[in-house]
Design a protein around this ligand. Sequence first.
Ligand code: SAM
Ligand code: SF4
Length: 321
Amino acid sequence: MKDKFDRNINYLRISVTDRCNLRCIYCMPEEGISKLLPHSEILSYEEILKIVEIGVDLGITNIRITGGEPLLRKGIVSFIERLAKTEGIKDIGMTTNGILLKKFAKALYTAGLKRVNISLDSLDKDKFRTITRVGSIDEVLEGIEEADKVGLKPIKINVVVMRGINDDEIERFAFWSKEVEYQIRFIEFMPIGPNAWKRELFISKDEIKERIEKKVGRLIPVQVKKSGPAEYFMLEGAKGLLGFISPLTTHICVRCNRLRLTAEGKLRPCLFSDKELDLKKLLRSKASREQIRDMILRTIHLKPQGMSDSQPLRPMSTIGG
Ligand code: SAM
Ligand code: SF4
């Protein structure tokens, strides 16, 4: 399905929970989200599957499962299995903090998950703890290894770069790409939700690249299929790739192919806008497939051409990134 700006919308990101086992300083307050959704307000797997089936009729082929932390939701493996069997779905990925990945990787792969993106903002044990407030890096590293071993490839590592917090590790991550076959992606810190974004913490893709080229080596451009909003490079002789996702300094919106479904059933046309349509209310009012289809279409038509200047208020943990 094409939107008003001729972009082909084939990708749905689904947040399956607003709960999380970490408290990343840029995403959640220390005490967690004050108003967690009651379970009855979270879309059931059946409801999500119904939305996906109708989405497929409109051209959705690719799904990403996210959260909160998706691996915290009970029944996630059998949900993935049902999703993978949905006719028309070609690709299912997941974005996770990796804490529970060691336990789930094999079962997820067997269920039909194709790949995982793992958030890892520091390679230093103490710094990782400072950023996530409660996390243990060893669990994440073991999760990454297990995911790699069972075949959830390519492994993508997401690093949100913040000045004065983890920017001193840019070079370390870059060196790591020489040793591992992962795609290590630096993400510009985005002003989303009511939390910790400050201009002083922001570092642009260009500065990150410059620092890598100065201290580590030349970045050689690489074409990657299904690169989404990322631009990829490699260091000479490296096993892995370095990616850059720069929503604030590059016009990535021209390639945007996605819709987002929040855990409470709101369909969002754009990460950077608080516009959302209430699919759950419609579903629970026993609406027809036609009416649900219409709401999905309306959301596609609401996709803006680019991002606006206003800061979306919904916390990232409830949108899913
Ligand atoms: N809990 C999972 C995780 O951390 O991977 C999935 C949900 S999390 C909201 C999805 C992604 O959004 C993570 O890679 C996280 O680092 C990223 N993220 C959260 N807040 C962000 C922000 N303000 N700017 C850039 N990325 C952000
Ligand atoms: Fe949880 Fe992911 Fe947000 Fe960190 S970024 S608090 S892991 S939802």
